[in-house]
Design a binder for this molecule. Structure first.
Ligand code: HEC
Ligand code: HEC
Length: 408
């Protein structure tokens, strides 16, 4: 591992230092197949590294060895730039995946062989709402145009090393009830969740996934697996019929897609203070130790933020994700300042109060936003340590839509 790479690795540990992703032992599954922790999860470790380490260059992923040869004016070159800005800190600089929990390996050979350009393109634009995978498209008020998404597809295709196979027209006819029995027997839920909601691996129940994934794509993933990640290949363990039944069962999780709110949203930064008239909140960031060194001004526990909110104290709570995520759901009272537009907001945002940034991941884009505030001279700015999904898991006030505050 080069020095350059290892310092980035430390930086990314900061991004999402959740539990180790997939040091899973689902035991021996029927057929004598033991799931192997494989490489999945390697980058995300239980360690934690303050994102200050990255203030020099807030999180720009390392370009893989071949990237230097890409013409910056080609679709692949533009795709590389976009990938560096918006994707690498979760999916890895070389598409190896798992810098954020469940952010799959985009460079995986079986994945790229079975995913169509359209699947990739549409997945980028519409995301996986309700997961850390944002809907990046402008139709959701996100940053990427349709052209941008094609450029990303062109760049991602450079990683492909197996020939594409046509899975789109594969005829699948399975029985969902039998499929459910197989799903339970094979313990798919240990990784994907009992209802496909995603636990140690990506979800299988997202409406946008079902909209764009063909039966053949799902079948292929089950049959061939995704070596070297923890996704096993089941073709030697299950019969063809059992695998088709699994597809039928997974399809029962399909739901209608909520249409995007296509009126563009531009957050009003002039109105951004939480509990405007209240006494100024004061936060005590956690002391974080990493390799013997202490870092103490980075992460504020969610509980403190919640307590200040309900005590009516004033501070600035910044939702650092892209706008579509804010519209899907944000903490009551938060203002939307996407991480790539903090510079434009720093003239407007109050400097005499604490600024707390958050994201879903929980540290990647919130850490980048914090670094940008710091660069602009803000003194008291920290990241909400556990992130947005922890907040909603507590049942604390959050809602979708354009209004900052949620109705009681
Ligand atoms: C904050 C972390 C994060 C960022 C940033 C991010 N993703 Fe994702 N992405 C995820 C996660 C997590 C999933 C899996 C979601 C699920 O559970 O279904 C995912 C899923 C995907 C999928 C669908 C894969 C499949 O097989 O269903 C594609 C394609 C994808 N991401 C591409 C991108 C691209 C391209 C970018 C940059 C524009 C990007 N992602 C940015 C976290 C992220
Ligand atoms: C030990 C954990 C584990 C188990 C058990 C497991 N999977 Fe997976 N699965 C994964 C991981 C990790 C991925 C994503 C790999 C990647 O990065 O491409 C995945 C991907 C998939 C995908 C592709 C999803 C997409 O959006 O690209 C499907 C479909 C799938 N699994 C179905 C199943 C089924 C059905 C079972 C049970 C028969 C199962 N998995 C068991 C870990 C697991």
């Amino acid at each position: 591992m080069s020095l350059r790479y290892s310092s980035l690795a430390l930086l990314w540990l900061a991004a999402c230092p959740a539990e180790p992703v997939a040091v899973v032992d689902v035991g021996v599954i029927d057929g004598g197949f033991a799931a192997d922790a494989g490489m999945i999860g390697a980058p995300v470790e239980a360690g934690r590294w303050p994102s200050d380490a990255g203030e020099v260059d807030a999180g720009a992923p390392d370009a893989g060895p071949t990237d230097a040869w890409i013409n910056p004016d080609s679709p692949e070159g533009r795709g590389l730039t976009l990938y560096t800005e918006y994707c690498g800190f979760c999916h890895g600089a070389s598409g190896e995946g798992y810098w954020a929990d469940n952010a799959n390996a985009l460079a995986n050979p079986e994945f790229l062989a079975s995913a169509t350009d359209f699947f990739l393109w549409a997945s980028i634009l519409d995301g996986r709402p309700g997961t850390p995978m944002s809907p990046w498209g402008q139709s959701h008020s996100g940053p990427l145009s349709e052209e941008d998404a094609w450029d990303l597809v062109a760049y991602i295709r450079l990683w492909q090393d197996l020939p594409s196979i046509d899975v789109e027209y594969m005829q699948i006819s399975g029985d969902a009830d039998s499929g459910q029995a197989v799903y339970e027997r094979m313990q798919c839920g240990a990784c994907h969740g009992a209802d496909g909601e995603g636990v140690l691996a990506m979800s299988l129940n997202n409406p946008v996934f079902h909209q764009f994934a063909s039966d053949g794509f799902i079948y292929h993933a089950i049959a061939k697996g995704r070596a070297p990640t923890t996704m096993p290949a089941y073709e030697d363990v299950l019969s063809e019929q059992e695998m088709q039944d699994l597809v039928a069962y997974i399809r029962t999780w399909s739901r209608p897609v909520v249409p995007p709110d296509d009126e563009q949203f531009e957050p009003d930064w002039t109105d951004h203070v939480m509990n405007e008239g209240g006494a100024h909140a004061d936060f005590t960031p956690r002391v974080v130790e990493y390799e013997g060194a202490e870092f103490n001004d980075e992460f504020v526990p969610a509980q403190q933020v919640y307590d200040a909110m309900v005590a009516g104290q004033s501070f600035v709570l910044v939702d650092a994700r892209v706008i579509p995520d804010y519209l899907i759901g944000h903490i009551s009272g938060a203002v939307s300042v996407p991480f790539d537009s903090v510079e434009q907001a720093t003239d407007v945002i109050s400097r005499d109060r604490w600024v707390i940034t958050y994201c879903g991941c929980p540290h990647a884009v919130s850490g980048r936003a914090r670094a940008a505030f710091k660069r602009a001279g803000f003194e008291r700015v920290a990241v909400l340590d556990e992130g947005y999904y922890y907040w909603t898991d507590q049942g604390w006030p959050a809602c979708g839509g354009r209004e900052r505050y949620c109705e009681e």
